[in-house]
Design a protein around this ligand. Structure first.
Ligand code: SAM
Length: 199
């Protein structure tokens, strides 16, 4: 089998496994609080602990980070919190029908500063569209970064997108520093509101 074909089969197998996991763990959940790129889960664990009525889902690409995040969750016995190893767009595709999001945190995502790497940035029209399909009207993205150029770039992508409105001022809903935030001297925050018809 060609290497390319083998890679494709592995991707499809991984996506199928994610769909099965999401069907088992997310079916029937609504108004989820989603953190994409949650790292070790420090922020979302603290959020879930103080918002017992909200179901919180953290995802990250790296297995070790997800394992550590789930250890935090288990130590605190939080039944309203779950961490899954997944990629940002893949999790949105894998969620079962009817699952909805209310709050999305994107905290210090990789800024990919070199121009030739900008296509790897998460905040692209495709991502915003898929996120919008899952988010209830009035739902919000909360985005934070230390990277000024990436901040402007993301604000532009959001303002150009028909399904999201840039919030005029940011009332940050929960202030607990993330691992990266605590390393930074300053940072920029924005929020975006899901516009248009409700799901
Ligand atoms: C710079 S770290 C920030 C971690 C954490 N949010 C913080 O502020 O400490 C970015 C995280 O996003 C994860 N990540 C990068 N691209 C991702 C993607 N497309 N989907 C999900 N996670 C992603 C990385 O594995 C990493 O843990």
């Amino acid at each position: 089998m060609l290497a390319k074909e083998k890679h494709l089969q592995e991707v499809l197998k991984r996506r199928r496994a994610l769909e099965i996991q999401c069907a088992g763990e997310l079916a029937g959940k609504s108004r989820i609080v989603l953190e994409i790129g949650c790292g070790h889960g420090h922020f979302l664990t603290a959020f879930a602990q103080t918002h017992g009525d909200r179901f919180c889902l953290g995802i990250d690409l790296l297995s070790r980070r997800i394992r550590l995040a789930n250890e935090k969750r288990n130590k605190r016995g939080l039944s309203n919190l779950l961490f899954i190893k997944a990629e940002g767009i893949e999790i949105l595709n894998a969620m079962p029908e009817g699952v909805s999001l209310e709050t999305i945190f994107l905290l210090f995502p990789d800024p990919w500063p070199k121009k030739r790497h900008h296509r790897r940035r998460l905040m692209q029209a495709e991502f915003l569209g898929k996120l919008a399909q899952r988010t209830i009207a009035g739902g919000r993205i909360f985005f934070r970064t230390d990277h000024a150029e990436y901040f402007q770039w993301c604000a532009k992508r959001i303002s150009e997108h028909s399904e999201w409105d840039l919030g005029q001022e940011v009332a940050w809903p929960f202030e607990v520093g993330t691992y990266f935030q605590d390393l930074m001297e300053s940072f920029y925050s924005l929020s975006a509101i899901r516009a248009g018809p409700s799901r």
